[in-house]
Design a protein around this ligand. Sequence first.
Ligand SMILES: Cc1ncc(COP(=O)(O)O)c(C=O)c1O
Length: 360
Amino acid sequence: MSGAPRSSAFPALRNNSPARACKTNHRNRVATTISPGICGEDATGSRLALGDKMGLMTTTHDDQNTAGPADSGAAVPGSGQQNEGLRVWINGHVYDDAAQAQVSAVDHGLVVGDGVFEAMKVTEAGVFATTRHLDRLARSASALGLPAPDFDTIRSGIDAVVADRSWADGKIRITYTGGRGPLGSGAAFGPALVVVAAEAYDRPASTCEIVTTPWTRNVHGAMTGVKTTSYGENVRALAFADANKAAEGIFINSDGYLCEGTGTNIFLVIGDDVITPPLKAGPLDGITRALLLKWCDEIDERDITLEQAQRADEVFITSSLRDVQGVTRWDDLTFEAPGERTKKIAKVFAERSAADIDPT
Ligand SMILES: Cc1ncc(COP(=O)(O)O)c(C=O)c1O
């Protein structure tokens, strides 16, 4: 495989495309309209209420409790758009032309999702939390039974995709797979494949809307909490959120407790407490989550039901690409967002992460 020549004048990387479903409208919380969940369609197409499906709730639902149009299952808006300013590094070769950046048709990551990945934030200051992301990639690889990734090789890929470019906000994706393999679930033949890609990325608004998805996270799954490329459940749930006019879908776990979003961890302010589901509830060990737990003594990990969660005074979600994002609506509940505690925590995160680009 040979590298395509780099273009000499790389375009400036500010992405002016409109932000996705995030809204900045601030509304008062409607405490009288607490709903245990939204209605969706199950796999059989019959309409059902989430709370009823999970056996958590006894309330009956009518159409007023539905959160927007029925889930069409269609791809979220943005599909069909081009990656802006994409540069790809594959096993040592750099491509500025995405069409040239190709992998094997029998790569086991493609064939059965036998791969792991990381999504990282890049700003003018550089790539954030590289050490933590690489450590998590290695943990994910180990959980999936892949060979340990070579950090020096991946770091050289990261350097290559950000080199000589003027970043406003960008995103780096590391994908690490077993390489070529059988057309089934048997072990990959290898050698392992490393792809590092960078593109421009619009930072989302400081607030967004979320909905509870009608599917649960299996707490006891072999890959629970592991960042594998088998993200079909998240793709489906994010499309569901989009169809219900929200920017994120939230999973309850198979034990009936709050878990996480499709690509975010979730935090609640309830009275004086700030809480987030513990890792045993099945969420990804998010890097933003872990840093907040380290930097903010006030945050505790605790199991919480959806019913308890929706009595929260403030809700926020976190991820490497969103940082701390206040929630203005969760199903049919609305919140003043970002609330005071959310703002305080977001400020701590902004200050601490600006002071140390690679917090360990
Ligand atoms: C399922 C899931 N949960 C949570 C997160 C947030 O993790 P982080 O803060 O490391 O981006 C992500 C981010 O990729 C994710 O995919």
